[in-house]
Design a protein around this ligand. Structure first.
Ligand SMILES: CC(C)(COP(=O)(O)OP(=O)(O)OC[C@H]1O[C@@H](n2cnc3c(N)ncnc32)[C@H](O)[C@@H]1OP(=O)(O)O)[C@@H](O)C(=O)NCCC(=O)NCCS
Length: 167
């Protein structure tokens, strides 16, 4: 399968909800995506499309890195979801790589993710880089990737409000 990765449109919203719900086995991530969108915090939302249907989705949302009373923008990658029957065909990789390329082109400098180091390491995310930042999620799963030399190099991370509702 060679998926096309494109930005979401309103016609995708129901399918995005369904993909997240089935991939995660519950509604929490689908609710998160809706809340991020409703809150105006989605920086980029991409779908992987093949034929007339979509099989994967990734959201990137606005977050801040605060230091010495100043806030610099950064981006959170979450959630990433591929329909179970279409996993391990490169859709997740295409979504993450497409998103990172677009974010760099848009001038974003720093991306955080919380997930499997084995998976996100292939895109350049490291826990060592994220360890420079203060976060309630600090640890081996908390990873970051600088997209430009201008990226903030330290500070406390603040996620979009929708994340506060996550259990
Ligand atoms: C994680 C997920 C998005 C990957 O999508 P995908 O389309 O299957 O990924 P790709 O085909 O691009 O890559 C598959 C590779 O990633 C690996 N991989 C997939 N999920 C992984 C995980 N949780 N931890 C480590 N490696 C993982 C596979 O083993 C495979 O490795 P290989 O290329 O060496 O065979 C998908 O498995 C999914 O939707 N999972 C459920 C939701 C989830 O956990 N999302 C991530 C939250 S951080």
């Amino acid at each position: 399968m060679s998926p096309a990765v494109r930005a979401e449109t309103p016609a995708d919203f129901a399918a995005i909800r369904a993909i997240n719900t089935v991939a995660f086995g519950g509604a929490q991530e689908a609710v998160l995506v809706d809340a991020l969108r409703d809150g105006g915090d989605l920086v980029l939302s991409l779908v992987a499309e093949a034929g007339d249907d979509i099989f994967g989705h990734v959201a990137f949302s606005r977050m801040q890195v605060e230091q010495a009373g100043r806030a610099a923008p950064a981006v959170s990658l979450a959630p990433l979801a591929v329909r179970p029957e279409y996993q391990r065909r490169g859709l997740g990789t295409a979504l993450v790589q497409g998103g990172l390329k677009q974010l760099a082109a848009d001038g974003e400098s720093l991306v955080f993710v919380l997930g499997e180091p084995e998976y996100y390491g292939r895109f350049g995310f490291t826990a060592a880089h994220a360890a420079r930042f203060v976060s309630p999620y600090a640890g081996p799963y908390f990873q970051s990737l600088a997209l430009s030399p201008q990226a903030p190099s330290s500070g406390a991370v603040r996620y979009a409000r929708a994340f506060a509702a996550l259990s």
